[in-house]
Design a protein around this ligand. Structure first.
Ligand SMILES: [Cu+2]
Length: 226
């Protein structure tokens, strides 16, 4: 019975790690950093859980073992020592990861503007004339792109889970998110800040083209959709 549950349950659990909106199936460096941080946090939390449960079991089954350690030592070790040992590497790893996600370095990356409006997304490609696409963001594969995000009405949030973290789209203000798609193909993006009754349907497609085909794809966006 247990074996059947493990055999059936494991694939179901793992299936939750894939899909067009999975942060655990990264398609670029920013999302890879975030996924790595998630696994580090999961491992840290699991190790801490096992440690606390072991201590709990020990003091239940062998009360004399727990009594051998003085209350002051329990407080110092469990309340200060343990959190310091666990949290310091987790915070360090989060800071390093966060720093890598900032749009720094890389002289002049390609810029694409993303404008949210209830309940659609419009993308403009300033380096390529007056081209704009509605509901589909085109990207060149392997090229860092700064997405300049803003909104025309209320606060939305721009998020392509397989490529990067989310960033707010604020009216009258621009936020920049650096992304890079390393794998050619289709991704999905969505609004990640509740913005009204159409929020749940406020999604967009992302198509990553080979860099050589990128200008053709945005000049003929309908061809790029296929
Ligand atoms: Cu929304």
């Amino acid at each position: 019975m247990l074996r059947t549950l493990v055999y059936l349950g494991f694939p179901v659990l793992l299936a939750g790690c894939t899909g067009p909106l999975s942060t655990l199936d990264p398609g670029g460096p920013a999302a890879t950093s975030i996924a790595t941080l998630w696994w580090v946090m999961l491992a840290g939390a699991a190790a801490l859980f096992v440690l606390v449960m072991t201590l709990y079991a020990l003091v239940i089954w062998r009360p004399d073992w727990g009594a051998r350690v003085s209350p002051t030592r329990w407080i110092v070790l469990g309340g200060l020592g343990l959190p310091a040992v666990v949290l310091t590497p987790l915070v360090a790893s989060a800071l390093v990861t966060g720093e890598r996600l900032l749009p720094l370095g890389s002289a002049e990356p390609l810029r694409i503007e993303a404008e949210a409006q209830r309940w659609t997304w419009t993308f403009r490609y300033p380096g390529s004339g007056d081209i704009k696409t509605e509901g589909t963001l085109h990207l060149p594969v392997g090229v860092p792109v700064d997405i300049v995000v803003t909104s025309r009405d209320v606060i939305h949030a721009f998020w392509i889970p397989r490529l990067a973290g989310k960033i707010d789209a604020v009216p009258g203000h621009t936020n920049i998110l650096r992304i890079r798609a390393d794998v050619q193909g289709r991704y999905q993006g969505l609004c990640n800040e509740f913005c009204g009754s159409g929020h749940s349907g406020m999604r967009f497609d992302v198509v990553a083209h080979p860099a050589a085909d990128f200008s053709t794809a945005i000049a003929h966006p309908e061809a790029g959709r296929k």
